[in-house]
Design a protein around this ligand. Structure first.
Ligand code: CP
Length: 310
């Protein structure tokens, strides 16, 4: 995979290879990457975990990270994303990690040919492949397999690139998926992957309860005015009684940031079932595996770029 952008690129074999490699990194394996390799992380949307985790992964691999701040870049003067990437490639950057508010922002860039490797760190409500892969690693750590596992995905489905990526790969790997949360957010694209089940029935039935953040910043003004944290928590959140209804080995995941006392009772964020901080820790090792993978894949189409060095 020369550009890692979406769940549909990941076969069951590749998922297994990446999990093995990430687990090896977690156990101290040494990176196999040509140095120097230069990376830049272009985050056009806010991020704590994904941005710092990619930077940590790059540094652990021995890569050199060039700082890039969109607010102080020539994007503010109207430079396109394509020209920004050509510029970075001309300067010597070989890998760009990009988070962008537009769904599928990467498609025209790849179609035109890219002079560097691109990893999608989240596009609008589209895909979040590195979150997907670290989620797989975390589930694999807990259960050792995916086939036959029952996964409940709960919350703000409509705005969630995590849900869209995870439901695709989990069903491909033989897990079954069901959804819960406000019914209006269970939009048509989820119906092909699994049924809607009320949380009180879903929680006792699943191995993995994956909670999604209510993305208040993406709600309309009317939706925001209507939203009540307490009402949401009581109807769709994991309260102590929902937590207690789960099977003995079942785990709770959340991509974070968590709205405490909304998706999950604050006192349960670090409870025994919670794998939230394990997900973050695993993210570094999985991103190392993803970066290594793209760096080992030759660039097949550099477009009209005259002096590609990657
Ligand atoms: N999970 C996740 O994508 O978190 P950030 O938005 O902080 O990167």
């Amino acid at each position: 995979i020369e550009h890692f952008v979406a769940a549909d690129q990941v076969t069951t074999e590749l998922a297994g290879q990446l999990i093995d490699r990430a687990e090896a990194f977690k156990n101290g394996a040494i990176a196999n990457i040509d140095l120097p390799t230069y990376a830049a992380n272009l985050f056009f949307e806010a991020s704590t975990r994904t941005h710092t985790s990619f930077e940590m992964a790059e540094r652990k691999l021995g890569m050199t990270v060039l700082p890039f701040d969109p607010a102080h870049s020539s994007v503010t003067k109207g430079e396109t994303l394509g020209d920004t990437l050509r510029t970075l490639a001309a300067i010597g950057v070989q890998v760009a990690v990009i988070r962008h508010p537009e769904d599928n922002y990467y498609k025209p860039l790849i179609e035109a040919g890219l002079p560097l490797h691109l990893i999608n760190a989240g596009d609008g409500a589209g895909q979040h492949p590195s979150q997907m892969m670290l989620d797989l690693m975390t589930i694999h750590e807990a259960f050792g397999h995916f086939k036959g596992l029952k996964v409940g995905i709960v919350g703000d489905l409509a705005h969630s690139r995590v849900a869209r990526s995870d439901m695709q790969i989990l069903t491909k790997l033989g897990a079954s998926v069901a959804f819960s949360g406000p019914k209006a957010w269970y939009t048509d694209d989820f119906k092909a992957y699994g049924p809607y089940v009320p949380l009180k029935d879903l929680a006792p039935a699943v191995d993995v309860l994956m909670l999604l953040r209510v993305q208040l910043e993406r709600l309309s003004d009317a939706e925001k005015a209507e939203f009540s944290a307490a009402t949401y928590h009581a109807r769709f959140g994991v309260t102590q009684s929902i937590y207690d209804s789960m099977q003995p080995r079942a785990i709770i995941m959340h991509p974070a940031p968590v709205n405490r006392d909304v998706e999950l009772a604050s006192n349960l964020v670090q409870a025994n079932r919670s794998r939230i901080f394990d997900q973050m820790q695993n993210g570094v090792f999985m991103r190392m595996a993803m970066l290594e993978l793209v760096c080992h894949s030759p660039l097949t189409d550099k477009g009209d770029f005259p002096h590609a060095n990657a």
